[in-house]
Design a protein around this ligand. Structure first.
Ligand SMILES: Nc1ncnc2c1ncn2[C@@H]1O[C@H](COP(=O)(O)OP(=O)(O)OP(=O)(O)O)[C@@H](O)[C@H]1O
Length: 276
């Protein structure tokens, strides 16, 4: 297994500084025997804290989405267990919201109705729903698009609406599977800035899958790297850049940003070379 020494030096095992929200205990996953008999996920142990912002990197097919599906309760692991607030998590839960690569807004509903939908499911009163919809529209900067239908919005606006809809139901954790990868570069950068602001305001636990090392460095308080065959977490890094209160552009020009970028790419690429 390849992991650069400097990444190793910077990595640390987390000693729960905040309460653990989600815990994966000895998780393994087999879909079938197709993976040369190897598990897709092999004995994964992971703790996500209440206000973590965790970015997960890894080569295509290493099992990132499978791990997210297990965290979401969509997929049952073959062995091991998932705990939320110290209780077994065996299926989808209102405590865990998910935002996918492509928005899943209802196309026939206006943006405000889309955001209101989950609140209705929770039997929240009409007046409280109105207040919450207005609050979350404002939070993601879509007040003036409340009455529009999804097709009338740009890609970035649709993703902001999806995030608002997920946030409105007040989950403790939000899982995001490459949510910005279908957006153009400029919109993507704006969304990254926006998501960081949202996280600072809400301090929800965010678990964010990306292929983009720079995106992970700009967003993650903590960065994980997975390898495959079998799927394991081989880097668990506390991102030193997350403590700098500087603009995205300034952070990108720091020497440390480029060093970490290089180290993370080497960790991912080193694995690919060893396995191809
Ligand atoms: N439902 C399924 N049934 C069988 N095999 C599956 C299923 N879902 C995923 N796989 C296989 O499991 C492996 C991991 O897939 P997964 O989508 O979790 O990887 P990933 O890291 O998210 O990939 P990518 O970065 O390309 O999205 C792949 O070999 C994939 O073909």
């Amino acid at each position: 297994m390849y992991v650069s020494t400097s990444i190793k030096a910077r990595s640390e095992i987390f000693n729960n500084r905040n309460p653990t929200l989600i815990e994966l205990k000895n998780i393994s996953l087999y879909y079938s025997n197709e993976n040369n008999g190897l598990p897709i996920l092999d004995n994964i142990n992971l703790q996500l804290e209440a206000n973590d912002f965790v970015c997960l990197l890894g080569p295509s097919g290493c099992g990132k989405s499978s791990l997210l599906n297990i965290l979401a309760g969509f997929q049952k692991p073959t062995t091991g267990e998932v705990m939320i607030n110290d209780k077994p998590h065996t299926g989808p839960s209102p405590n865990v919201g998910v935002v996918f690569q492509h928005h899943n807004l209802f196309p026939w509903m206006t943006i405000e109705k889309n955001i209101e939908f989950g609140l209705k499911m929770k039997s929240i009163s009409k007046s409280e729903r109105k207040r919450l919809v207005s609050y979350y529209l404002n939070l993601v900067g879509l007040e003036s698009s409340a009455k529009m239908l999804p097709y009338q919005l740009s890609g970035g606006m649709k993703q902001r609406a999806s995030i608002a809809r997920t946030l409105a139901t007040d989950p403790q954790a939000i899982l995001m599977d490459e949510p910005f990868s279908a957006l153009d570069a400029l919109t993507r950068e704006n969304m990254q800035i926006h998501l960081l602001e949202l996280w600072k305001k809400t301090r929800k636990c965010i678990f964010f899958i990306t292929h983009d090392v720079e995106e992970a460095l700009l967003l993650g308080k903590r960065i994980l790297v997975m390898h495959s065959k079998p799927g394991r977490i081989i880097v668990d890094l506390q991102n030193p850049l997350s403590q700098y209160n500087q603009s995205v552009q300034k952070i990108k020009h720091l020497k440390e940003f480029n060093e970490l970028r290089h180290d993370l790419i080497s960790a991912i690429r080193g694995y690919s070379k060893a396995n191809n």
